[in-house]
Ligand binder design. Structure first.
Ligand SMILES: [Zn+2]
Length: 363
């Protein structure tokens, strides 16, 4: 039994709004029914949020995990690692974010993932007949979902997976009960990924807009978007350095697409592509970047409440994390205490007064 902590006189984000001031008690790592505790923390003038979920990061070291946790990111979804053993070595650390991972990303032979970004040669998928092998390897090492790099074959030639291979990866993943996340930064890649039946699109095209008709059709098919506006903004500003895009790339396309997704009712999850990899197109700081992402989501049309939902209750429900994402009895005490009212001013998420990870206060 650990010492119980009561956060008193605090307005609680219940997934839709802030409640009246109340007391939230943490005991043994979870939210307790108790009304009193050995220790009290004043929550006055503050708002208590569920710990934030970043639905797109890359973890290479304990420092990455520490930086993210310091900003209230208590769950991190790794979307591509050179080795699942690396992801596993970072799991289950007291006082640090809880993680899920894909392990290696599937990409085409000759793509930059294997030639420049540190993925092993075995992560290249040679064709539809090779899809079962790739997925079986991920299942064996305990991947939580499958990540596939989808590029535009007109720009990348044979270094882009074709639709038949992506579809075979989706089929094998779904047979294993795993969702498929597709990396798409161009409109053609996005169409190929959705035609192949992927579940989640991550990034947003920076070469053209998804229009309202297409957005509505994706919403009908239950496609989920993790637009990583933080990364798309960074990539667009560096466009001339990148081999995969021409001079046509523009952050405004990513904004317009995310806005169309929002209007059409596509589920949007907050994710940053946070990484400290020297091989990445742009370094994105773990943790702080999620607060940028929330603001960028508000800029394209989400209300502050919807932005908060995109980093808490919505990803928890979508990925089946039934133990978190909302503040209620029995859930993990992953909590972020901030000053002010982030349901009206999203920037208030940065005014951090306290962070708990499974009941352990870390800030
Ligand atoms: Zn990424």
């Amino acid at each position: 039994m650990s010492e119980a902590i009561a956060i008193t006189n605090v307005k609680v984000f219940d997934g839709n709004a802030l409640t009246a001031e109340r007391t939230v008690v943490i005991e043994n790592g979870v939210i307790s029914e108790a009304m009193t505790a050995e220790r009290t923390v004043s929550g006055q003038h503050g708002a208590l949020l569920p710990g934030l979920i970043d639905s797109h990061v890359h973890l290479l070291s304990l420092a990455d995990l520490e930086h993210g946790t310091r900003w209230g990111v208590t769950t991190m979804l790794d979307m591509g690692s050179p080795a699942m053993t690396l992801t596993d070595s970072l799991r289950h650390r007291q006082g640090l974010a809880d993680i899920r991972g894909s392990g290696n990303t599937a990409s085409a032979p000759g793509g930059i993932q294997t030639t420049k970004m540190g993925m092993p040669a075995s992560s290249a998928v040679t064709g539809p007949a090779d899809a079962d092998r790739f997925v079986a390897e991920r299942v064996l090492e305990g991947a939580d979902y499958i990540k596939v790099i989808v590029e535009d074959p007109r720009k990348m030639g044979t270094a882009a997976l074709d639709v038949a291979t992506i579809a075979a990866l989706v089929k094998a993943a779904h047979q294993a009960g795993l969702k498929v996340i597709a990396h798409v930064t161009t409109l053609v890649a996005l169409m190929n990924a959705t035609n192949a039946g992927v579940d989640i699109l991550t990034h947003a095209p920076v070469d053209a807009d998804v229009d309202d008709d297409m957005a509505r059709s994706l919403a009908t098919r239950g496609i989920v978007s993790v637009p990583t506006l933080t990364m798309m903004r960074a990539v667009a500003s560096l466009a001339h350095h990148l081999p995969t895009h021409g001079a046509d790339i523009n952050y405004a396309h990513a904004q317009a697409t995310t806005s169309a997704f929002y209007r059409a009712g596509v589920t949007i999850l907050a994710g940053t592509d946070a990484n400290a990899s020297p091989a990445s197109p742009a370094p994105i700081p773990h943790g702080e970047s999620l607060h940028d992402e929330l603001r960028l989501l508000v800029e394209v049309g989400l209300t502050p409440v919807e932005a908060l939902r995109s980093a808490t209750v919505v990803p928890a429900a979508f990925f089946g994390f039934t133990d978190r994402g909302i503040i209620e009895t029995g859930r993990r005490a992953d909590l972020l205490l901030v000053e002010g009212d982030p349901t009206h001013d999203i920037a208030a998420t940065r005014a951090i007064r306290g962070i708990w990870v499974a009941g352990v206060q870390v800030r």
